[in-house]
Design a protein around this ligand. Structure first.
Ligand SMILES: Nc1ncnc2c1ncn2[C@@H]1O[C@H](COP(=O)(O)OP(=O)(O)OP(=O)(O)O)[C@@H](O)[C@H]1O
Ligand SMILES: [Mg+2]
Length: 154
């Protein structure tokens, strides 16, 4: 099953707002895989997700730390696969364990896409103008289809 939704944002605030709406619909064990070029808005969107999950932590890029954790109603694990090259490294950072207790958001997910569970919410960011971004969601699995349907309504 696959289900898509496309949004366009006109500012970083709008992208954060969309992430916040998504965050409010997520729960423990959910996996959000982000794809898109440098500066496309993946971290901005993640900042919104964390806020939507009740976190007051400031979300920054985990590029150099590989993984950041935030406190929220559900804890958030924010990963960056930019420097990950294989399955061993993904296991090494504790990916499976995080999925049990956290909402997991992973930037540059296309680098490890074959290693992720079949059920996932994919989010692709495209820069279509200086301030404009096209954000395409693809829900893989029933759970994520429902979440996406709710997101479309809100
Ligand atoms: N509509 C928009 N949505 C998101 N960001 C925008 C938008 N318009 C402009 N921006 C700017 O684009 C940049 C997005 O940066 P961000 O760190 O979120 O990108 P990223 O995809 O995480 O990049 P990286 O791959 O380097 O981690 C910010 O400087 C932000 O201000
Ligand atoms: Mg980033």
């Amino acid at each position: 099953m696959e289900f898509k939704a496309v949004f366009e944002t006109r500012s970083v605030g709008e992208t954060e707002g969309l992430g916040e709406k998504l965050g409010s619909l997520l729960s423990k064990g959910d996996l959000v895989a982000l794809k898109g070029d440098l500066g496309a808005g993946k971290t901005a969107f993640t900042r919104g997700i964390a806020r939507g999950l009740g976190s007051e932590d400031f979300v920054t890029s985990p590029t150099f730390t590989i993984i950041n954790e935030y406190d929220g109603d559900v804890p958030i694990a924010h990963m960056d696969a930019y420097r990950l090259s294989d399955a061993v490294e993904l296991e090494d950072i504790g990916f499976r364990d995080y999925l049990k207790e956290y909402v997991v958001v992973i930037e540059w997910a296309d680098r490890v896409i074959d290693l992720l569970p079949d059920e996932v919410l994919l989010v692709e960011f495209e820069t279509i103008g200086e301030q404009e971004r096209r954000i395409t969601f693809t829900a893989k699995g029933k759970k994520y289809e429902k979440i996406l349907q709710e997101l479309k309504k809100s």
